[in-house]
Design a protein around this ligand. Structure first.
Ligand code: UGA
Length: 439
């Protein structure tokens, strides 16, 4: 079986190594030639646990090959996955990349007798699949169910566990509107995935909505607990983690996505929320709830800025240390990271900013150049500093040592995730302030 995966970003590359490790012959298609030469050398272009190993194995077995266009292999392909980005253009979704790929496939379909199954993994707004199928069937030259097959099959993988999520997804959502496409994707996935994994067969619009609703619900849970967190800070004795633990034990609520913090970031939740609000607008339905989810998230950083304002009357000559730059632990991704937004806000003050992150320093340097002090360890970042702000739950940050704290000029810790060890909080003279507790 020959499969092409168009787009070798986070979703496409992890999907390619998964398919190749299942002994399928995979062409990873990527139009960025620099990226291709890096990938051909067995190096992923971003950090993702387990990806490196898998990529190297797939290259050794030759089950995965990187190429820069579909053209040369098109007549061999049984399946074409589409994993290109669908970023935001102002507030609405930008379909330029996906439309370009579909238009190319439409042209290539005219030149072959192959009838590929096209599987869209990219996140797309309701109505997009219909539009894509119309492009593919342009002038009725190629017909759905005869000359090509089409499924919208959204992806739910998380950065940091993308490989495990690929091998063992919690769900397979397949949107089709014609029986042969449905049978094709069903039999392909029956061979690929365990029968224990839930399968949802639906139409295009519902499959498109499932992805947006899923991410919007996760975002809602986070903004909900963050708004409780803000209240806890005002009520003597209150602690958001106790509240979250208790409500999470209600099986109707569940324990996940109830960790209060500086707000959600990353390449998906904020972007999809904005696009989803635009979908509401386009159907003239008020998006009151989602607007609030977005507003709570955008205002969450103010909690940290308020603490800083209370602690410092003047930032001049002060050093602020920031631990954690990526949008979540175990990632080098700084897209929509709350830390990056916080740094932009603090940079307006006249102070020195020390930063440390195990994985995301290089990406951060590209944004801030020489405006920050880039540190290679926690002790270096904290030395002679007037305040440390912990921004993600990286496990090393939990173990800041007594010595590290004593080397600070002022031992002020702002813990946005409440991860610091209890014994550190007991160090004499330490000033410990956490989000979500009444300090
Ligand atoms: C998210 C979804 O979780 C995936 O299901 C989805 O497939 C993916 O987007 C996507 O659309 O491609 P991801 O962006 O990797 O995955 O990250 P999450 O683990 O969802 O975290 C998002 C943000 O929420 C992070 O900034 C994280 O720190 C924050 N978060 C998460 C909290 O503040 N509290 C929580 O309890 C959970």
């Amino acid at each position: 079986m020959n499969v092409a995966v168009v787009g070798q970003g986070f979703v496409g590359l992890s999907l390619s190594v998964f398919l190749a490790s299942k002994k399928i012959h995979v062409y990873g298609v990527e139009n960025n030639k620099k990226k291709i030469s890096i990938l051909k050398n067995g190096k992923p272009t971003f950090f993702e646990p387990k990806l490196n190993n898998h990529l190297q194995k797939c290259l050794q077995t030759k089950n995965l090959q990187f190429i820069d266009s579909l053209d040369s292999v098109f007549n061999k392909l049984d399946v074409i996955y589409i994993c290109v980005p669908t970023p935001n253009k102002k507030s609405s979704i930008n379909l330029t990349y996906i439309k370009n790929v579909i238009t190319e496939i439409q042209t290539l379909l005219n030149r072959t007798s192959k009838k590929p199954l096209i599987i869209v993994k990219s996140t797309i707004s309701p109505g997009t699949s219909k539009l894509l199928v119309n492009i593919l069937s342009k002038n009725n030259k190629n017909n759905l169910g005869t000359d090509f097959y089409f499924t919208v099959n959204p992806e739910f993988l998380r950065e940091g566990s993308a490989i495990d999520d690929q091998f063992n997804p919690h769900i397979l959502v397949m949107g089709t509107e014609e029986i042969k496409s449905k049978n094709k994707i069903k039999s392909f996935y029956d061979k690929l995935y365990s029968e224990k994994i839930s399968r949802i067969f639906t139409n295009y619009s519902s499959a498109e909505l499932i992805k947006y609703s899923n991410n919007a619900f996760l975002a809602t849970k986070i903004s909900f607990i963050n708004s409780i967190s803000n209240l806890c800070e005002k009520i003597p004795g209150a602690n958001v983690d106790d509240v979250a633990e208790a409500i999470g034990l209600d099986p109707r609520i569940g324990p996940y996505f109830l960790k209060a913090g500086p707000g959600f970031g990353g390449s998906c939740l904020p972007k999809d929320l904005i696009s989803f609000i635009d979908v509401y607008k386009s159907f003239d339905v008020p998006s009151t709830l989602l607007n609030s989810v977005k507003n709570v998230n955008e205002r969450q950083l103010e909690q940290i800025l308020k603490i800083l304002e209370n602690k410092f009357t003047n930032f001049s000559g002060k050093t602020i240390s920031i631990l954690g730059l990526s949008f979540k632990e175990n990632s080098d991704d700084i897209r929509e990271s709350r830390s990056i937004k916080l740094i932009h806000a603090i940079l307006k003050e006249n102070c020195v900013i020390n930063v440390f992150d195990h994985l995301a320093l290089e990406n951060t340097k590209q944004v801030f150049k020489n405006k920050l002090v880039y540190c290679n360890s926690i002790p270096e970042c904290l030395k002679n500093s007037d305040c440390v702000i912990i921004m993600n739950s990286e496990k090393d940050f939990k173990q800041i040592s007594k010595q590290n704290i004593q080397n600070m000029r002022r031992p002020l810790i702002i813990d946005s995730r409440r991860i610091i060890d209890e014994k550190i909080k007991k160090i004499p003279k330490i000033e410990y302030v956490a989000l979500g507790v009444n300090n």
